[in-house]
Design a binder for this molecule. Structure first.
Ligand code: SAH
Length: 222
């Protein structure tokens, strides 16, 4: 009795599209690009969750992945990805690799992803998953993402999947002029954060706007 994962993913994407519409007045994006949605349709999320969560792999919610961490909600993954307006040739820095699911979505859309994860075991498992999916355009570093990954900077886009109290200076410095960064920042009264979108213009000037209230695990100090 096979489960039809393609059908479950199609349903997940329909839910993402509905949520994009419902939140469009906050986010400024009522619809996501075809590229973003195609990547969400293509990546097998069930291969990034724990055995016991297989039945919930395509529910539009976060799931535990061990060590107190979670794989992000599909809608949030799609929103953060879409906010970066990726055209295909980019080199992207990702902080907080976790299960590697968001990494796989990015890797389907850009030239290369540089992923940083502080927990060595998660990084190792995520790297093995991506390898088994045939993803060759991902490099992984175990370390504290507050420092970014200076050796490969600057990046055309940066995605941070854990909450920072403020935007780390090193990440701003490693963003290419013309580049964009999405990052959950601060602490709202509800205990969550605000997803921020930063843009660096050609002259290096940074502007910032709030996209949506979110709830991420914290970016820990290593
Ligand atoms: N995007 C991931 C989920 C991220 S959960 C996915 O799709 O599965 C946040 C991740 O950030 C966790 O794996 C956590 O270990 C990691 N993290 C927390 N603090 C960090 C830091 N300082 N540097 C790098 N990674 C960090």
């Amino acid at each position: 009795m096979g489960v039809d994962n393609d059908a479950r993913r199609a349903e997940m994407v329909a839910e993402i599209e509905a949520e994009a519409k419902a939140t469009g007045s906050y986010t400024g994006r009522e619809t996501f690009s075809a590229r973003t949605l195609d990547a969400m349709r293509a990546v097998p999320r069930h291969q990034f969750v724990r055995e016991g969560d297989l039945a919930r792999a395509y529910v539009n919610g976060p799931l535990p992945i061990g060590q107190g961490q979670t794989i992000s909600q599909p809608f949030i993954v799609a929103l953060m990805t879409d906010a970066l307006d990726l055209a295909g040739g980019e080199r992207v820095l990702e902080i907080g690799m976790g299960s590697g699911y968001q990494t796989a979505i990015l890797a389907a859309l850009v030239q290369h992803v540089y992923a940083v994860e502080v927990l060595a075991e998660l990084a190792k498992a995520a790297e093995a998953r991506l390898r088994s999916l045939g993803r060759g355009n991902v490099s992984v570093l175990v370390g504290d993402g507050h420092a970014g990954w200076p050796e490969h900077a600057p990046y055309d886009a940066i995605l941070v999947a854990a909450a920072a109290s403020q935007v780390p200076d090193a990440l701003v410095a490693q963003l290419q002029p013309g580049g964009r960064m999405v990052i959950p920042v601060g602490r709202t009264r509800m205990g969550g954060q605000e997803l921020q979108l930063l843009s660096k213009d050609a002259s290096g000037k940074v502007s910032q706007r709030t996209v949506l209230p979110v709830a991420f695990v914290p970016l820990v100090k290593a």
